[in-house]
Design a protein around this ligand. Structure first.
Ligand code: IMP
Ligand code: MG
Length: 193
């Protein structure tokens, strides 16, 4: 049913989107995650590594709720393949490619990877393998959203903002064809067809 969207992208106006998680709920949960990370790292410095572009908004709010010496960096990844021939534009093909590596060494550092959403797990599995290669001192994963019902590979995050049902969502950094990243709430894109 979502496939229809790939053939011709139609942008919905913001008032056609149903709010799933409000900006107030997001702010409350992000503050809790920041507190939990602060406690877990118990005074040690940390590097947050955000996955472009979806995690940029979450990372910028999360780091301001963490009371530790913190720096941040970004990586970029993309999936191979032509999505329009494969079906859904957000389905990972499983062939993930790095488009931007971290700028600074992660060796012997406490690293927290920050991702917008954990879906099939293909992207996170690739990134985890990649970042472990940098030999960090510790490695944790924080995701704003988790869609466990779509998991193809057994991978979990250490910090999860919200567990959501199998719906396509946008806002607070998440996009549909690069649109809607700046919505303050997490909204559901309705299925069509
Ligand atoms: P995975 O490899 O299937 O776990 O996909 C993770 C990536 O797919 C995320 O980083 C997002 O870029 C994208 N994605 C998965 N579900 C959604 C969604 O509901 N909205 C927007 N992007 C999504
Ligand atoms: Mg992403």
């Amino acid at each position: 049913m979502w496939r229809v969207w790939c053939e011709s992208v139609r942008y919905l106006s913001v008032n056609e989107l149903e709010v799933l998680i409000s900006h107030e709920q997001i702010a409350g949960r992000v503050a809790e995650l920041g507190k939990q990370i602060t406690a877990d790292l118990s005074g040690q410095p940390v590097i947050f590594v955000g996955v472009l572009k979806g995690a940029a908004v979450f990372l910028s709010d999360l780091v301001r709720k963490v009371q530790l010496d913190a720096t941040f960096d970004f990586i970029g990844v993309t999936s191979y393949g032509n999505p329009s021939q494969q079906g859904n534009i957000w389905d990972s093909t499983g062939e993930v490619r790095l488009t931007k590596d971290v700028d600074r060494s992660l060796r012997d550092k406490n690293v927290i990877l920050v991702e917008d959403i954990l879906d099939t797990g293909l992207t996170l599995t690739f990134i985890k393998r990649l970042l472990w290669g940098h030999q960090p001192k510790s490695f944790r994963v924080a995701v704003l959203l988790d869609k466990p019902s779509r998991r193809k590979l057994a991978v979990e995050a250490d910090y999860v903002g919200f567990t959501i049902p199998d719906k396509f969502v946008v806002g607070y950094g998440l996009d549909y064809a690069e649109q809607y990243r700046n919505l303050p709430d997490i909204c559901v894109v309705p299925a069509v067809g």
